[in-house]
Structures are given as C-alpha cells and as structure tokens.
Design a protein around this ligand. Structure first.
Ligand code: FES
Length: 112
C-alpha cells in the first residue's frame, strides 16, 4: 500500500530491490528493504505511532531525521526506539506505544 497520510515516497526515488517481512502490532506485512522503520510504516498507511503518556494525544513522525522524537516505537522489544533512524530488517517486530513506555526489568507501578 502506498502512503495515504502526510508523507509519501517520491516515485523517482523508489528503489528496486528486495523486501523484508515485518510485524506491526502483530500484523504481518512485507515492506521494501532499505527503508527506515518510520518510512515503512508510513507506506503501510500508519497515521499514529504512539500516544503521549499524559494527554493521550496521537503522534506520528515529523522530522524523519532524529530530531523531534515523535516517531518512537517499540522495536524488537526495545521501547522508545527512534523509528526514523532504524532500517527495517527481516523478522522485525514493531509495536506502537500507548502511554508511557515500559522499561526492561521494571514492573508496572514500580518507582524508577
Ligand atoms: S521523526 Fe523526528 S525523530 Fe524520528
């Protein structure tokens, strides 16, 4: 599926090449190899990557270059990953983040 949201791939820049299989919130899909995770999700039509912890406002990538931190996702079990800076890999598991990210080794309600 081509991106239907704010960002779209420039046709002249679309690369010929392989593809990789990833899972987005448990849903299997195939995306072009070489894309960043953020670009791959946008091409799949994603419009919400996370919700803010306090107000629950939806967020999605803004800068696509590692500055704004609006593209945070859980990637292969690592919360708060900047998806615009990480290239998709075959077998990658990607999850949207709702609210505060869980940190490895912490139980819910535990003080940091
Ligand atoms: S989109 Fe801005 S840091 Fe990733």
């Amino acid at each position: 599926m081509s991106g239907t949201g704010f960002f779209r791939a420039v046709p002249a820049l679309k690369r010929e090449g392989g593809s990789v299989s990833i899972r987005i919130d448990g849903r299997a899909c195939t995306v072009r190899a070489g894309l960043s995770v953020a670009a791959a999700l946008l091409e799949q039509g994603a419009v919400r990557f996370r919700q803010t912890p306090v107000g629950g406002a939806p967020r999605a990538p803004l800068c696509m270059m590692g500055v704004c931190f609006e593209c945070l996702l859980e990637i292969d079990g690592i919360a708060n990953s900047q998806s615009c800076l990480i290239e998709v890999r075959d077998g990658m598991r990607i999850g949207t983040q709702d609210g505060a990210a869980r940190l490895a080794g912490m139980t819910e309600g535990a003080a940091p």
